[in-house]
Design a protein around this ligand. Structure first.
Ligand SMILES: NC(=O)c1ccc[n+]([C@@H]2O[C@H](COP(=O)([O-])OP(=O)(O)OC[C@H]3O[C@@H](n4cnc5c(N)ncnc54)[C@H](O)[C@@H]3O)[C@@H](O)[C@H]2O)c1
Length: 434
């Protein structure tokens, strides 16, 4: 332990980051910038090649910084695991999706753990960062690593530390976000704390990996439940002819006891739509039904259909049917100013619209092409002609670079699911907000 501690303290420790996506690449670059030698292991050969050619594919990472650390040989990407033999600290940042039946799919975590076990050596620190259900670190990873007779807390060290990165957030980057971690033993926690302390000033240690695993899920369940609450309220407000956005703006003047959440077309990304179900799945083993999680999932998943209903009603008032109507969808990313379309509600909305016979096109400055229902779609140019020729413009994602004034004034009917048109004075189009 002493040897590893001094290696980390002197930044002489070799760091391996497995999975160079939204979570892994910013983390790898952060450690490399601090002077650590970082080996990134990425199974996607195109991504591996791009990194080694200083080509950035994650918007939250600075092109300049990536280029600098690659050129300084502080970061190198590999597509196999042999380099683990040289690693002192290993961070696992692979996906943790759900399968078709909303069951956790931790096959990525299992398979990289098998690789780590193959190369495990004395004095290695292994940290899982992927979001998962409480128990994963100690029940899945630990037994696989203990097979060589090595003892955790003495020969090797194991911890869980959830990633909290918020893609597209300009204010809070990896280094600014306090880090929570739980070690299998106090020695594991101590080493992991020193390690993260090299890039993050606020590291909060909890008593076990299970607490840290649960903590991350609490954060995501909290968001999912509160978003569902405002989504339900938005549907009620619409019926009662009350502007839900105005209601939330008023409520947030309260300086304590209230935190604003906003309605929208549904939830997307790799976290909120998926992670809560990791917990509900695990809870069933303890005969607990996590009703808040299930209910929030149900409400949020219905939002794309609700948006289509609003759109259909809007066309109806114009004596138009949805079948054959030209609908231009603005934004297919799951949230503004990012290029991530995973689980994006816009894709679900497009799928429903097409199934109902609408002629749908989309524009997204961040996503030039996207596959929906097995078919590739290409972003159309957003110009006045495209707006004027549409029977309806649907704002699914409120990218900052859109000129909402122009969008509203060149369109006949606008469905605004994000309150993006709030500041448009004297709109000429009919705007229907969620
Ligand atoms: N995206 C977010 O905002 C976010 C935030 C916090 C936590 N998380 C969690 O972090 C984890 C990773 O999410 P992400 O968004 O970075 O995913 P991602 O898909 O962007 O990146 C994962 C990377 O791992 C690679 N990979 C998969 N299997 C591999 C293997 N066997 N060996 C090497 N590389 C492999 C993939 O090719 C991909 O590049 C998930 O558990 C997610 O829930 C994500």
């Amino acid at each position: 332990m002493k040897k590893l501690k001094s290696k980390i303290n002197s930044k002489g420790a070799n760091v391996a980051v497995i999975g160079l996506g939204y979570v892994g690449l910013p983390l790898a670059v952060s450690f490399a910038l601090q002077g650590f030698k970082v080996m990134g292991i990425e199974q996607n050969r195109r991504r591996k090649k791009e990194i080694n050619q200083c080509k950035n594919y994650i918007a939250d990472v600075s092109d300049k910084e990536l280029s600098r650390v690659v050129k300084q040989k502080k970061l190198k990407a590999y597509d196999d695991f042999k380099c683990l033999a040289k690693a002192d600290v290993i961070c696992i940042c692979v996906p943790t999706p759900l399968d078709k039946n909303k069951q956790p799919n931790i096959s990525y975590v299992r398979s990289v753990t098998d690789q780590i076990a193959k190369y495990l050596k004395k004095d290695q620190l292994i940290i899982l960062e992927s979001t998962t259900y409480p128990g994963t670190t100690e029940e899945i990873i630990l037994p696989k690593l203990q097979t060589k007779g090595m003892q955790v807390g003495k020969d090797f060290f194991l911890a869980f530390s959830p990633e909290r990165v918020d893609p597209g957030n300009k204010q809070f980057k990896t280094k600014d976000i306090p880090k929570v971690l739980g070690g299998v033993t106090p020695q594991c926690a101590e080493l992991a704390k020193i390690f993260y302390g090299k890039i993050i000033s606020n590291v909060h240690v909890v008593s076990s990996p299970r607490v840290a695993e649960m903590e991350k899920l609490l954060e995501n369940v909290f968001r999912s439940v509160n978003i569902a609450l405002v989504n339900e309220l938005a549907i009620l407000c619409k019926k009662m002819d009350i502007n839900v956005w105005e209601v939330i703006d008023a409520a947030k003047t309260k300086p304590y006891g209230f935190m604003p959440f906003y309605p929208g077309p549904g939830i997307g990304g790799h976290c909120i739509p998926l992670d809560p179900f990791y917990l509900s799945w695990r809870a069933r083993e303890f005969d607990i039904t996590t009703r808040f999680i299930e209910l929030a999932g149900e409400v949020n998943e219905k939002m794309p259909e609700y948006v289509v209903q609003l759109l259909q009603d809007g066309l109806n008032q114009n004596r138009q049917s949805l079948k054959g109507a030209k609908v231009l969808v603005l934004g297919v990313a799951y949230k503004k100013d990012i290029a991530d379309w995973r689980e994006s509600p816009a894709l679900k909305i497009i799928e429903i619209l097409k199934a109902k016979g609408a002629m749908v096109s989309y524009n997204d400055p961040f996503i030039p092409k996207v596959k929906i229902n097995g078919k590739m779609h290409t972003s159309v140019k957003l110009n006045n002609k495209a707006l004027q020729q549409s029977d309806c413009v649907l704002i699914a994602t409120n990218h900052s670079q859109y000129d909402y004034e122009n969008i509203v004034n060149r369109s006949g009917l606008v469905i605004d699911t994000r309150n993006a048109t709030a500041n448009v004075a004297r709109p000429s189009a009919r705007i229907i907000k969620i």
